[in-house]
Design a protein around this ligand. Sequence first.
Ligand code: GAP
Length: 448
Amino acid sequence: MADTTLMDKLVSLCKRRGFIFQSSEIYGGLGSVWDYGPLGVELKRNVKDRWWNAMVHARDDIEGLDAAILMHPKVWEASGHVAGFTDPLIDCRHCKNRFRADDPRIKGTPGQPDAQCPVCGTRGSLTEPRLFNLMFKTFMGPVEESAAVIYLRPETAQGIYVNYLNVLQGSRQRVPFGIAQIGKAFRNEITPGNFIFRTREFEQMEMQFFVKPGTDAEWFEQWREIRMAWHHSLGLTPAKLRWHQHAGNELAHYARAAYDIEYEFPFGWNEIEGIHNRGDFDLGRHQEYSGKKLEYFDQAANERYLPNVVETSAGADRVTLTILADAYREETVEGETRVVLGFHPALAPIKAAVLPLVKKDGMPELATEVYHGLRRDFPCFYDDSGAIGRRYRRMDEAGTPFCVTIDGETTAERTVTVRHRDSMQQDRVALDQLAPFIRDRIRAANAA
Ligand code: GAP
């Protein structure tokens, strides 16, 4: 059952602690567009860095790419997006609201007198379904005419296909090999929502793996395994991750086979990543539309072919939402509610907070020194305002795994207390061992 209260609490915490804000809020907001605040930008960056490390740095067979958002308009004809990236939509002539044709709230047959608008309740005001393209259009150059129309990319994948030969030549890779990219994508979604789950501007982390035809099914299985293991490595609750296989009628126009990795959000099971066997659809179409040969020549086997592609496509915002939803918990501690974001330490935006117990006896000065030392190794936060318990709670809400407290013993003994976010237990640690103490615990969580 959907837990809307939990989502409301999460949205409110994200705003309060500076993770995520509604875009253009002072003007009433812009529908389904969100801005990442100081903690949110760090969290999402940690997600993207982790993906980039796993997909590019840790492998010899994948290269990175950063293609432009704007591409030649023919790219989107070749990719099938101009003709096929559409949703059937229904308008209410009375209240001017717009709905997807499969909106379960619609009663009756749209276009007929019996159909009833789910918002204003008027009968007979719904139009028949009409196809609506989800790509955002704009104009290149000074003249706003149809010849100047270009699109904001609805997926990053196409930037990889049109560059695949450039990368192949420049990097001396051989098939099988992959190209990875992280970047913005835009879709004029009709039913966006659930916070940053479905937005109109979002970031994708996509990798296209080019393989010899006939080996695609095998690589597809390998990539499914690798990608599921990556989501587990983020510390997500295993029981909240599952596979969804696309049935024939669900498959995108380019896909031979597809599986989604789904997460059980407070609003139900939903896709966070797609693994697609795209066959030779994309390279074949770009070869046809550009008139340029995109075949690969395998010197060892002395054969030429158009590679097949296995794609892994995750949303950086969706994975960030997954991490937030999975990390959120409320506990009762000494009769009070403690809200905690129990992030995996490697993902936490702030790794350690440095807190002088009181604002006297040289503690703030020493704490500032410790803070400057630690921040060479980790993103840290200094806080000397309010009671120590309140400061701990603020850090719990920010998901900070370690709070370092400078107290009366610190000056005399050169030791601090390190309070652990999850257990709330405290260790006494020598000042010169503080950075390795924290680093070792982050490493241990990574290895677990
Ligand atoms: N290149 C293939 C592709 O784009 P997709 O299933 O349409 O496939 C892949 O999208 C991933 O991109 C999704 O699993 C999701 O994580 C993310 N995504 C897609 N549409 C999104 C949206 N409107 N808002 C946020 N993330 C989105």
